[in-house]
Design a protein around this ligand. Structure first.
Ligand SMILES: [Zn+2]
Length: 328
């Protein structure tokens, strides 16, 4: 409590002493690519859009990639909004605010979701753990561990920890665990996601793409690419998602997003397949800004949440605490 209060005071001092302004100015010749996922409510996001409009120059990812590739000067204070996974809350809560502020956005779709073949595996784990009818689970997902489900907090921690463990095992092992988990936790797993995890449908995607939203590919099933064992699986996940979006929207898909996106989550072969498939860029979850001439197949982003305070959002987007070097 004491620490949190002090943190807030330090944050406010930094902001009002001009720290946010100076950080923003120091990184003005680089592109900031913001990474959003979910939009649980609209009000915070409307304020964030107003801030981006007031303090930055929102541009599309395609425009940013052209500028970075050209090696020439980057439009001053350029910012790009990207949204991963393709939940339906984007249409309901984010798109109205973006469109009223004239801010373009790129949404990275995991295409088996609108294809109604599955729902996001990390959400399946959350659902199973939240509704588990056992008190604990002792299992070896990688290392042996015991997860307890005796309070809401314990369930949240367990869900996070099981997801992290599943990201580290082979893809086949992850798929096998996902099949076993509902039985072990005595949960009924529906074929289609509950409303809180609903994805965009293809009709939504077509509607949004005619209104300035650009769609990028984010694989078919959201596996951790570095855990896939066969080259054909990598190709099917990367190229398959591009082909599906292009067939449904009749628009070229130019950009790719690596699932989970940290350096350990994708490989040199994945990057090669992305290039060969004809993508113009790929974004990661590596924190940072992008200077002119940066590697456009490993673009850095700044992770943000619609729920964070405007002061924190302003500071994070300004680039406080980020790496300022190119993608080494
Ligand atoms: Zn994702």
């Amino acid at each position: 409590m004491w620490n949190r209060a002090n943190g807030r005071i330090a944050e406010a001092l930094f902001h009002y002493a001009g720290g946010t302004w100076w950080t923003r100015r120091g990184l003005r010749n680089s592109v900031r690519i913001l990474m959003y996922h979910r939009f649980p409510d609209a009000s915070g996001f409307i304020e964030q859009c107003a801030h981006l409009r007031e303090c930055y120059r929102p541009i599309s990812l395609s425009a940013a990639v052209s500028a970075i590739r050209s090696g020439g000067p980057i439009p001053e204070r350029a910012v790009v909004v990207t949204v991963d996974d393709g939940y339906r809350d984007f249409l309901e809560r984010a798109f109205p605010a973006l469109s009223s502020h004239g801010i373009p956005a790129t949404v990275f779709l995991t295409t088996d979701l609108p294809d109604r073949k599955t729902w996001l595996w990390v959400d399946q784990v959350s659902h199973c753990v939240r509704n588990a009818r056992v008190r604990e689970l002792a299992a070896s997902i990688g290392d042996p561990q015991t997860w307890k489900f005796d309070s809401d907090g314990a369930r949240e921690r367990a869900a996070l920890s099981i997801k992290e463990a599943l990201k580290k095992v082979s893809d086949q092992e992850r798929v096998d665990w996902l099949k076993k988990l509902p039985g072990l936790l005595r949960v009924e797993l529906p074929d289609r996601p509950p409303p809180s995890y609903a994805p965009l449908e293809w009709d939504d995607v077509r509607f949004l793409s005619t209104r300035g939203v650009e769609f990028g590919a984010h694989t078919r099933t959201h596996p951790i690419l570095s855990r896939l064992e066969r080259h054909e699986q990598l190709e099917s996940e990367i190229c398959g998602s591009k082909t599906r979006i292009e067939a449904e929207t009749q628009a070229r898909v130019r950009h790719f997003c690596y699932p989970n996106g940290h350096r350990a989550d994708y490989t040199a072969s994945a990057i090669e397949i992305v290039k060969d498939a004809g993508f113009e860029s790929a974004v990661t979850a590596g924190q940072g800004v992008n200077h002119s001439g940066a590697d456009v197949f490993e673009l850095r982003r700044i992770g943000v949440e619609p729920r964070e305070t405007l002061m924190r959002f302003a500071r994070v987007v300004a680039g406080y605490g980020l790496k300022t070097r190119d993608n080494a």
